[in-house]
Design a protein around this ligand. Sequence first.
Ligand SMILES: NC(=O)c1ccc[n+]([C@@H]2O[C@H](COP(=O)([O-])OP(=O)(O)OC[C@H]3O[C@@H](n4cnc5c(N)ncnc54)[C@H](OP(=O)(O)O)[C@@H]3O)[C@@H](O)[C@H]2O)c1
Length: 326
Amino acid sequence: MKAAYYERFGPASDVLRVGEVDTPRPGSGEALVRLATSGVNPSDVKLRAGQRPGAEMPYARIIPHSDGAGVIEAVGPWADRRRLGQRVWLWNAQWRRAMGTAAEYVSLPAEQAAPLPEATSFDAGATLGIPAMTAWAAVCGDGPVEGRTVLVTGGAGAVGRYAVQMAKLSGAQVIATVSGPEKAARVVGADLVVDYKRENVVRAVNDFTYGAGVDRIVDVDFGANLADSLALIREGGTIVAYASMGQRTPALPFYDLMFRNVTLKTLLVYLLDAETRRRGIAQIVRWLEAGALNCAVGPVFALDAVAEAHAAVEAGPSGTVVVRLP
Ligand SMILES: NC(=O)c1ccc[n+]([C@@H]2O[C@H](COP(=O)([O-])OP(=O)(O)OC[C@H]3O[C@@H](n4cnc5c(N)ncnc54)[C@H](OP(=O)(O)O)[C@@H]3O)[C@@H](O)[C@H]2O)c1
């Protein structure tokens, strides 16, 4: 089969190759998926660049990308044969494995292939594994948010945009921060959008909530936003942080958090427990079936242009970058 791969970490154009590799065969409990699309996330790009802490190539050759969508073409022993021909979206395909979705086929544990409703395109299916699951776990993973006020920082990002929609669909009042009017226009469903580069976020949120602040913060940049988060989180509230790229090693103001009974939760989507994952997938599929989720498909590339796809992620795309398989 045709696949993209790398055999050392480095810049995309130096290390990513496209060529023929062996087509995988589904092992016990596995599904062989013929891929239509592969989603490219910042995580895939950082991994290929060797930016993970203590990173050494864990395998001699890595076919990148965790997310993707396609059709189950074969199953191994102990996997459900009734799923043959099913349209699916994938999660964790390359997590702790050498074989990701930047290929014509991937074989993976069958539970890592979730049903993709007929009306959801394969392009949209490639935006779900990391962005939608992270958003769901950050917004809904600890219980209902109905009637709560949720602040989503970076509400135009791949994760943030889903988080805003999911909080709204779950009955919360939703505030999103963005930088600039173009990003503000990409936010779907927020009750208030604040331009964090031009406005005073604390003042804008306090004006909107009559000084009450917010119950939950879904945060794309924990360190950079910490002062605002502390000013806005209510007693007993929760800050869920899934990245901190602007300030990677923030000092933790322990007593400021403790004396307000604030829960600080870090989230790594790859490590969601099975029950949270199951609930998240079920809800995402229900929303997709109802046509309730607006999936942001960003620039689309052919497999031969996989290095350009990685460069597009590094440039900060609008929507999830998608690679289409032949
Ligand atoms: N922990 C996990 O499981 C997990 C899962 C998914 C993603 N991530 C990480 O989360 C980050 C975002 O991923 P993504 O796919 O959503 O990327 P993305 O589509 O590029 O979105 C990131 C958004 O955050 C905004 N942003 C950056 N700094 C901000 C700040 N201080 N306040 C408010 N908004 C800010 C960016 O816009 P402006 O810069 O214009 O403001 C952009 O719209 C990446 O570092 C990724 O690796 C982690």
